[in-house]
Ligand binder design. Structure first.
Ligand SMILES: O=P(O)(O)OC[C@H]1O[C@](O)(CO)[C@@H](O)[C@@H]1O
Length: 514
């Protein structure tokens, strides 16, 4: 890349793309004009235009489960079927009424106290989106009530929330598309027991529960009232569901108008995705670069590095979105695809990671690609400037590296003698040539969050389409879930000697401790 930059003063202009206030700089990717042209040809050859039309029109692009993937309808994108949008609008109307009643103090707990604390219980796609957005919005938007999240089956998480909550004023949202996820139901039961202990078994505990689910019957069986059960359509996947009723905690905490801004951001990315030519289409370019890195260059990892504490949960959100969607290896016919698909996604707030795992990026033996995500506010503070500086320095240093000669020069400048320079210089060499994309977004707002989450969703769809896999099922996850159920139930189905040995050891340790 040093050579590519040295030989082309216009590389940034040629390999960056702006749309809707966002800027995607991919000049630090290991691509040339001809590689980009080939990738765009690949998108055409794979029939991507038809793929996009199929997804938007509600065709069963989730071909194993024979379902549509209409998350764009949840943000009211006009090219999606009117019936799907009407279904979303009907639920939204009920949500708006419910939120207004909570805010007005009309919807009250069992003892007549207003709701001041909302605890969202969900996991995976029923947790990561609202959690990310709540963290992103909280520093700049007024909150109407306290909002907490519990996902883990380890009750340390929910205990810490319950210990500081007032039962009479707490509302639990049980968010589960299937309403059968063990972790979420465990936490919901823990919440119910806590409420019963505090308010009395005779108290109307249904005044403290709301359900968001596709399995309305299971929510009713749990004891959640019909008027506080909000449906989630089957055609919206869990990891694509933040736009649906799953956004209720955000509406309660920040207001429905804030959620509308978020939806508007997603919708504006939908319009861009559906109409911009592929060569100037941010999700398509991001997807093609990901394919280039994972499939053609064979890179194993993809680090998501937000330079904003408010976006600290973006890597976790994208981990589920990308790895659960495109962590697949067979095509429509069930045949092995024969190429690498999704890389391992990881990351964290950029400036924190710099002092932890970036060392491997500079001098390790494995190769990784990066997304630097950088919100730019109109009047940056000194800290904001430091964040920009760090992000740009990291992407440049990873790309340029440090040659042996440069290492020698640096050491000599420190007054080190020649023998010591020769001994140390190889240890300072950084290979460079590490590919990155930098995404600039104007500030962290509900609208810009909507844009970037929709951008990544479309990227995932494009990649899945070109790789020829189903981005919308998750059968792999089921295997582990079933095995956990068997182990908990004491069944010895498929028991290997390691599991048998560990179970015996756990048994002995618990008996000893008991
Ligand atoms: O919303 P549910 O049905 O509780 O599922 C939670 C998560 O579990 C998964 O099914 C994987 O275990 C995800 O796809 C989903 O987002």
């Amino acid at each position: 890349m040093r050579d590519l930059f040295a030989g082309d003063a216009t590389r940034f202009e040629r390999f960056s793309c702006a749309a809707d206030g966002l800027l995607l700089d991919y000049s630090k990717q290991r691509i040339t004009s001809s590689a980009m042209a080939e990738l765009l040809a690949l998108a055409d050859e794979a029939g991507l235009k038809d793929g996009i039309a199929a997804m938007l029109s509600g065709e069963p692009v989730n071909f194993t489960e024979n379902r549509a993937a209409l998350h764009c309808a949840a943000r009211m994108f006009e090219l999606t079927p009117a019936a799907a949008r009407a279904e979303i609008a009907a639920t939204r109307k009920r949500l708006d009424t419910f939120v207004a009643r909570v805010h007005a103090g009309e919807f009250v707990g069992a003892t007549g106290r207003p709701i001041r604390h909302v605890v969202h219980l969900g996991i995976g796609g029923s947790d990561l989106g609202p959690r990310l957005l709540a963290e992103a919005f909280a520093p700049s938007l007024p909150t109407r009530l306290e909002l907490s999240f519990a996902a883990n089956v380890d009750d340390t998480e929910i205990r810490a929330i319950l210990d500081r909550a007032n039962p009479a004023e707490t509302l639990f949202i049980v968010a589960s598309k299937s309403f059968s996820t063990a972790e979420t139901l465990f936490n919901a039961r823990a919440a119910r027991a806590w409420l019963a202990a505090a308010l009395g078994a005779d108290a109307d505990l249904s005044r403290h529960f709301v359900a968001i689910s596709n399995n309305v019957a299971a929510a009713a069986a749990f004891g959640i009232a019909e008027d506080t059960t909000f449906p989630m359509p089957e055609w919206i996947g869990g990891r694509f569901s933040v736009w649906s009723a799953i956004g209720l905690p955000l509406m309660l905490a920040f207001g429905t108008e804030v959620f509308d801004d978020f939806l508007a951001g997603g919708r504006s990315m939908d319009t861009h995705f559906a109409t911009a030519p592929f060569a100037a289409n941010l999700p398509v370019i991001a997807a093609l670069l990901g394919i280039w890195n994972a499939t053609f260059l064979g890179l194993d990892g993809h680090a998501v590095l937000p330079y904003s504490h408010r976006l600290r949960s973006l890597p976790a959100y994208l981990q589920q979105l990308e790895m659960e969607s495109n962590g697949k290896s067979v095509d429509h016919q069930g045949q092995p695809v024969g190429w690498q698909t999704a890389p391992i996604i990881f990351g964290g707030p950029g400036t924190v990671g710099q002092h932890a795992y970036h060392q491997l990026f500079y001098q390790g033996t494995r190769k990784v690609a990066f997304d630097f995500v950088l919100p730019i506010c109109a009047t940056p503070s000194a800290t904001d400037r430091s964040l920009f500086g760090n992000a740009l320095a990291q992407s440049a240093a990873l790309m340029l590296g440090r040659t042996l000669d440069e290492a020698r020069t640096e050491l000599r400048a420190r007054g080190i003698d020649d023998a010591e320079v020769e001994r140390l210089a190889p240890h300072l060499v950084c290979a460079g040539n590490q590919p990155s994309t930098t995404l600039l977004m104007p500030s962290v707002t509900p609208f810009t969050l909507g844009q970037i989450l929709a951008l990544y969703e479309h990227k995932v769809f494009v990649q899945g389409w070109i790789w020829g896999i189903n981005s919308f099922d998750q059968y792999g996850v089921e295997l582990g879930k079933n095995m956990a159920r068997d182990i908990e139930a004491g069944s010895d189905r498929q028991r290997d000697s390691s599991t048998v040995g560990l179970l015996a050891a756990i048994d002995a340790m618990t008996r000893k401790a008991g």
